[in-house]
Design a protein around this ligand. Structure first.
Ligand code: NAD
Length: 481
């Protein structure tokens, strides 16, 4: 059951005021299929009002606020997030079906994003540029204006923290469209932002259906920058909308990320990262390590140990804090199971046992480990977005690089080897946005610029790099003789 909330979850937040909408949608708990509450089904008119409120904020108190004060608002918001971490954790557990420990880690990460961008807000400087005699030239970093944030359901708190947090730090006014499958922590974040002292209209939230509220936001001519995380297909649609309005867009579209284990690696150290980076959030992680490339000499050892770990994992309702909860919805479960039909001709070497007493209407699927899988097999190429990993043996370093780079994606890679020279070679050769050497960070790292190449998308969020993405550069050339 939903705890008592300090806001009405069926409302939108526009211009600092919670309002009802003409229609609502049910929000479902994926652990048992029950309806948690109704949420707003925002219309084009709601999105129009939210964009107008954001523009008014830029023309008013928010636009006049100093970088220092914006940073203070974010820092206060981080403190409020920490104070309400229990409630945020409960909401994410119920709404996303995310096990309690993983939901709490996301709440803490959200606070960390607020702290990081709160501290960074007044530390983004322009430059002075040597030019012709008699001139002084300098650059100014300025906000884009109204920024649109279309967020998925898998890591609402982390993605809001990195995208909205950086945009607010730079002085943009935000319109946030959370996913229809999970939007409670977005609403709670907006409630806390009001308490933290953000002026009205600096942050507006319009939950609703992607093809309705999401599309209305993405094609809105009053939006000057778009940030989207989600599927490749929807990302293409968003990019087309952005092209129509000639506005920049940041796309983070998932991946088929590899971890590569060489035969000189510390297998004990690697093992938890190999398994957990695939199963975290039931595999519904854009940077999930869904491919494990293993040098042939140690293939059997690593495969056996990973299989053992799979059999020991616990599946259950998210509030019982298992290792693996349900998928986000029965729709995603059906999609995942259809994609998994491709596995019929490769060996499944381990399954996590499914408890008999799981709620029958929960969106549970069975975690499975497959191997050996040919690198060009659909199971090793397509993003399943569920708790499945494939093991791929290789012989040489060159072969490992070729396999690792051999998908349409390029988000994250992990390399496990004792050889420093090999670490450096791989870090250069891998075509991804991030490379982890003897570790792997699926989703973490507030400070670390993050984003993809290829069909994983473009643009960077997290770290200082996001602040450059959420601002535009003006060059001022003064002729003074
Ligand atoms: P999606 O990309 O359709 O949805 C993500 C967000 O985009 C949601 O807020 C949704 O409301 C919005 N949206 C959907 N259609 C839109 C449109 N036409 N215009 C504007 N906004 C729109 O993802 P999904 O359907 O929920 O999941 C499908 C697949 O997407 C998953 O199986 C997975 O492969 C991928 N996915 C990736 C990530 C990631 O972190 N990269 C997150 C979620 C889903």
């Amino acid at each position: 059951m939903l705890p008592t909330l300090p806001f009405d979850p069926s409302h939108v937040l526009i211009g600092g005021t919670w309002r009802s909408t003409t229609d609502t949608l049910p929000l479902v708990n994926p652990s048992d299929g029950s309806t948690l509450c109704q949420i707003a089904r925002s219309t084009e008119a709601d999105v129009d009002a939210a964009v107008a409120a954001a523009q008014s904020a830029l023309d008013g108190a928010w636009g006049r606020m100093s970088a220092l004060e914006r940073g203070r608002c974010l820092t206060r918001l981080g403190q409020l997030v920490l104070e309400h971490a229990d409630l945020l954790t409960t909401l994410e557990t119920l709404d996303v079906g995310k096990p309690v420990t993983q939901a709490r880690a996301d709440a803490i990460a959200l606070a960390r994003y607020c702290e990081f961008y709160g501290g960074a807000a007044d530390k983004v400087h322009g430059e002075t540029i040597p030019y012709l005699d008699g001139y002084t030239v300098y650059t100014l970093r300025e906000p884009h204006g109204v920024t649109g944030h279309i967020v998925p359901w898998n890591y609402p708190m982390q993605i809001i923290g990195r995208s909205v947090g950086a945009a607010l730090a730079m002085g943009n006014a935000c319109v946030l469209k959370p996913a229809e499958d999970a939007c409670l922590t977005a609403l709670m974040y907006a409630h806390l932002a009001k308490e933290a002292g953000f002026p009205e209209g600096a942050l507006n939230v319009v939950p609703g259906v992607g093809a309705e509220a999401g599309a209305a936001l993405a094609r809105h001519p009053g939006v000057q920058h778009l940030s989207f995380t989600g599927s490749v297909q929807t990302g293409k649609t968003i990019q087309k909308f952005a092209a129509e309005n000639v506005v920049p867009v940041t796309l983070e579209l998932g991946g088929k990320s590899p971890q590569i284990v060489f035969d000189d690696a510390d297998i004990d150290a690697a093992l938890p990262f190999l398994v957990n980076a695939g199963l975290q959030n039931a595999g519904q992680t854009c940077s999930a390590a869904s491919r494990i490339l293993i040098q042939r000499k140690i293939y059997d050892t690593v495969a056996t140990r990973m299989a053992k770990a799979y059999r020991a994992k616990i599946i259950g309702p998210a509030s019982s804090d298992p290792d693996i909860g349900p998928l986000i919805s029965t729709r995603q479960k059906a999609r995942f199971e259809t994609l998994l039909e491709a596995a019929h001709d490769v060996p499944c070497i381990a399954e996590t046992p499914i408890p008999k007493d799981l709620p029958p209407d929960g969106a549970y699927v069975q975690p499975r480990l497959y191997g050996p899988v040919p690198p060009d097999h659909p199971l090793a190429q397509d993003e399943l977005f569920g708790p499945v990993q494939v093991l791929i043996p290789f012989d040489t370093e060159d072969e490992a690089i070729k396999i690792a780079n051999g998908t349409i994606y390029g988000l994250v890679a992990g390399v496990w080897t004792d050889s420093g020279a090999r670490q450096m070679r791989l870090a250069k050769a891998l075509k991804t946005g991030q490379v982890f050497l003897n570790n792997y960070g699926a989703g973490g790292g507030v400070e670390l610029p993050f984003g993809g190449i290829g069909k994983s998308g473009h643009g960077r969020e997290k770290g200082f790099e996001a602040l450059y993405g959420f601002s535009t550069l003006k060059t001022v050339a003064a002729k003074h003789g």
